[in-house]
Design a protein around this ligand. Structure first.
Ligand code: GLN
Length: 464
């Protein structure tokens, strides 16, 4: 579906406007900390004007490779790494006329829900700088909400596109597992994750997804995209017990269901008997995979090494000790523990069986419904620092998002409103390849709840 953004193309085409845009972005970025690196590449804007994306600037999370740009993953250990090639998802967007302008901040290796676990910078929420932007793709979400770019890429292993999108009041898509190539995405938990995108414009988000979706010989788990049609109106809504959501989140959750009924959908409440198992299964599988995936960052194959070490083992030990932050170390230890011989059946093996159980329950849900409505996170964007949410509570709060990762299902977080000066939203899950249902329902809701604009956001129309 072609989509044109003449105003963005004009900005990048006119040298003066391009500089003004760059200055404004960098000015706002000093306050928000979205980008870890910034630089608008020179491209033939005239030629790209006739492309589907028409020369729009995009931001890319710093765990997704863009040739000749940094690829830090928010970690000290990769602070000096430059990507030798470009991720398939990014090169497909570039071929369709997108212009990469920078790499965005993230929780180290994608582990976190706040961006406070980045070793390289702090991203704050554009709605209120005392609040977190969410995580782990918080830099991308804040960049879109602040109007610095119309589209940004993130990765979603347990909610890292949808939760920051929700905290910043933009759309966040986690595609069907395998529909977007992971080639060029630095692996955290390979069986759970997928590259996703965020935008304030649902048409643009859909165009970007359709451009990115493809099977790729460089990612063995990627799939030929085979869409299931939209046109269905049966929604089931997760019944969340009183008190499990903040009152503002609960209110807008109910309001979204009412709006769906007004728009001609049927909405029926359901419970999921395997929901309590989601977080334990997610953290067992995610940490197990992380402990294996992060083994390559040892100061020899990848990663900075200390100037001096007595022997290779000492070198690896020190590179990892100095290069990884505490959250990453904790998860590597946990992952190693659940995979230890003698414990593997009890933890990792059991988590895989639980995952199958959850998958089966979700398959039954979609036997006679088209979409599942759920909260994204139990609270709005929480405070930064010690006043915020503790790490343990943050992990428990991944329950609503990591369900889609355990099952491979596509999910979209949708902004609904602004309560107490902060965005609220909901998410929809659909069957495998059901993205068009997600875009369809988002469009219907947008007729009632327009996407909110963060205070002080850059308005591209005002550049002159
Ligand atoms: N909060 C989740 C975690 O820390 C988010 C992971 C993600 O999607 N990258 O594991």
């Amino acid at each position: 579906m072609p989509h044109s953004h003449p105003s963005w193309a004009a900005v990048l085409k006119d040298g003066g406007l391009k500089k003004l845009y760059s200055d404004r972005v960098q000015g706002l970025n000093r306050k928000l900390g979205c980008f870890l690196s910034f630089g608008i590449e020179d491209i033939d804007i005239d030629a790209s004007e006739n492309t589907p994306l028409g020369g729009i600037p995009i931001a890319v999370k710093d765990n997704i490779a863009v040739k000749d740009r940094p690829l830090t993953c928010g970690s000290r250990i990769l602070e000096n790494l430059t990507a030798p090639y470009t991720a398939t998802a990014v090169s497909r967007l570039q071929e369709s006329g997108a212009v990469v302008v920078g790499k965005t901040n993230m929780d180290e290796f994608g582990m976190g829900s706040s961006n406070e676990h980045s070793a390289l910078g702090t991203t704050v929420n554009p709605w209120n700088t005392d609040r977190v932007a969410g995580g782990s793709s918080g830099g991308s979400a804040a960049a879109v909400a602040a109007g610095l770019v119309p589209l940004a890429l993130g990765s979603d292993t347990g909610g890292s596109v949808r939760q920051p999108a929700n905290f910043c009041g933009v759309y966040g898509l986690k595609p069907t597992y395998g529909s977007v190539s992971r080639y060029g995405l630095t692996a955290y938990a390979s069986s759970l994750e997928v590259i996703g995108a965020m935008a304030r414009d649902i048409d643009l988000l859909e165009s970007a997804f359709r451009i990115m979706a493809c099977s790729d010989e460089r990612d063995q788990s990627s799939l030929e995209y085979n869409p299931v049609p939209d046109g269905h109106r049966r929604v089931v809504m997760l019944d969340v017990p009183d008190g499990e959501l903040d009152s503002t989140v609960a209110r807008d959750y109910t309001r979204s269901a009412e709006a769906l009924i007004d728009a001609g959908y049927t909405v029926e409440k359901i419970t999921l008997s395997s929901l309590d198992l989601v977080v334990p299964a997610y953290y067992t599988i995610a940490t197990a995979e992380a402990s294996a995936n992060l083994a390559r960052f040892n100061g020899i194959r990848y990663g900075s090494a200390p100037d001096f070490a007595e022997n290779p083992v000492e070198l690896m030990r020190r590179a990892r000790h100095e290069g990884f932050g505490d959250e990453v170390k904790l998860r590597i230890l946990l992952g190693t523990y659940v995979l230890r011989s003698g414990f593997q059946d009890q933890y990792y093996g059991r988590a895989q069986k639980v995952r199958t159980l959850i998958r089966r329950e979700m398959a039954r849900v979609f036997d006679d419904s088209d979409l599942l409505l759920m909260p994204v996170f139990p609270t709005q964007a929480f405070l930064r620092g010690d006043q915020g949410m503790d790490d343990y509570t943050q992990r428990l709060a991944d329950v609503f998002t990591s369900l889609a990762n355990l099952t491979g299902l596509p999910a979209l977080s949708v902004p609904i409103g602004v309560e107490n000066g902060l965005p609220t939203g909901v998410q929809f899950l659909a069957p495998v390849f059901g993205e068009s249902r997600l875009f369809g329902v988002a469009r219907r809701l947008a007729e009632k709840f327009s996407v909110p604009t963060a205070p002080g956001a850059l308005d591209i129309g005002s550049l002159s």
